[in-house]
Unconditional design. Sequence first.
Lengths: 153, 142
Amino acid sequence: MKDFSRITQSYTIVRHAMEEERGRLRSARAITAHERLMDLNDQAYFILLFAQFEDRVTELCLNLVRKKKGAKSWKTRRLWDQFPTDRIESFRSALPFLRRVSLLIDKGTPHYAVIKSLYEDRNRIAHGDTTLARLYIPSVVLQIQRLTKDLTP
Amino acid sequence: MSPATATKEEVTRRLDDWAQRLRALYAQVDEWRRELLPDSRLRIHDEPHSEPFLRAQGIKSYPIPHCTIEAPGRKIEIDPRDLWVIGAQSRLVLMVDRPENNYMIVDLAREEGMESEWQYLDVSAKDFHRPFNRDNFRKLLK
């Protein structure tokens, strides 16, 4: 989450400029076209903000697995030893995002459901479906901050 | 509920719930209007609403209530724009007199089924939004 607040700051500046630009437009058609640009801008920032969250999940999960791999008893260690922890890239490849999340919180909790839903939205946008998702970034920022706090031991 | 996994019945139920929330909001706006713009009249009318996720469910459009306030030399409209919004329960646009004078209003109810919490986007505010209440409505009308 090292760049999360900088991304949020950047969003505020860009959104402000886009709101001002919208205020200068006079025709309903131009305003609608501009609002579409604002939606796309929101989607781009959503991807950046979610990537910060994803990075934090990986970090927390890696710490957990490393700790478990350090257990004295092989019976405790044997499951955790399956996960490569020497390089973050190999760890990420071995454990897809939602599996990493499920190592940190119970899959039956509402928080897990929220993360899963955000992740599905993120995937749709990242894979080119920019027509479906409308976003309200201020809430997404608060939501991600809350979820991060809940995941942190 | 996600648009990708929702059934047609769930989507219809959510649309009905939205229409009900909007009517409650308009009743509130009507009270503010009587005090702030006594010479005005408020009209609520259904308009066909369409969004990509509705079309994906085979629903071409659905009637959703819009609100218009007319006063001598003034026109204020509330246009329900999107029901499916990541981070909010829905978003509306409040237009005050001219198309360029518009504000985004969002329902920040934490979950479906919870009471609506209407706020409007103001990037200069802490957390980016302010409550959509009588005092702020009065400011937006100026």
